[in-house]
Design a protein around this ligand. Structure first.
Ligand SMILES: O=P(O)(O)O[C@H]1O[C@H](CO)[C@@H](O)[C@H]1O
Ligand SMILES: O=c1cc[nH]c(=O)[nH]1
Length: 235
């Protein structure tokens, strides 16, 4: 038990999938895990453990943004003994290469701004675990999942007064998408000597203004869940 999580120490599997949204956590657990058990309801940040391919896997919602994310990730790594964290998120596309509704695997991540840089300065720069990344790329091809891989920019602010213009530098640096947690995931996992990978479904397009509807999203999460669990099963 921690201030934010009522689970017992032994309730989490070594491998934990991390969606931001508790409804996504519940849907993934009920749809894909055998014998899912809800192990955390505190603050509505739902956590589950069940079996996938005979192997224990957990799914824990992390909320929105780095501050919330780091609380759940820290407690999973330090208190609950998680060794592999796989983010199953959503993101906004910054380029035609990352199509609406497709899956983007974060090969690298950077903070949006100096402000984010200060937050992330607590932990050194880091990327995905190379073996998890290679496994995800191979499995995505094997499962026929529409995906691309590249740089994710990690922002602290969803509604920003400067709007999408603020991503010009990130776009020039080749960023495919923006989310609000991936850089923090890579950095905190490296700090604790754990392995991490982030994959996100593109739910809106910053350049074209295209949007998906919330009710459509569960269908969009099927491929991401299949891929994340295939990686978890091999990890
Ligand atoms: O859908 P999740 O996983 O929460 O991820 C994305 O969605 C939220 C913003 O709508 C941020 O947390 C962002 O990173
Ligand atoms: O535009 C978006 C969409 C999802 N998540 C983000 O952080 N930004």
């Amino acid at each position: 038990m921690t201030p934010h999580n009522e689970a017992d120490k032994c309730d989490y599997a070594d491998t934990v999938l991390l969606p931001g949204d508790p409804q996504r956590a519940e849907w993934m657990a009920e749809t894909f895990l055998e014998a899912p058990r809800c192990i955390n309801r505190r603050r509505g940040a739902l956590g589950f453990t069940g079996l996938f391919g005979g192997k224990p896997v957990s799914i824990q919602a992390t909320g929105i943004g780095v501050s919330s994310f780091l609380i759940y990730a820290h407690e999973l790594l330090e208190h609950f003994g998680a060794r592999t964290l796989i983010r199953t998120g959503t993101c906004g596309s910054l380029t035609a290469k990352a199509k609406l509704r497709s899956l983007v695997i974060s090969q690298s991540a950077q903070a949006e701004s100096a402000q984010s840089g200060q937050v992330f300065g607590l932990y050194g720069p880091a990327g995905p675990d190379p073996a998890l990344l290679a496994c995800a790329l191979a499995k995505a091809a094997e499962l026929g999942i529409d995906h691309c891989a590249g740089l994710t920019v990690c922002s602290d602010i969803f509604y920003h007064p400067e709007g999408r213009g603020r991503f010009a530098d990130a776009q020039a640096a080749g960023a495919l998408v923006v989310d609000m947690e991936t850089s923090a995931l890579y950095r905190i996992a490296a700090h604790f000597g754990a392995r991490a990978l982030s994959m996100c479904v593109v739910v809106d397009h910053i350049e074209t203004g295209e949007l998906t509807g919330y009710s459509e999203r569960q269908a969009l999460f099927t491929d991401m869940s299949r891929l994340a669990l295939a990686v978890a099963a091999e990890s």
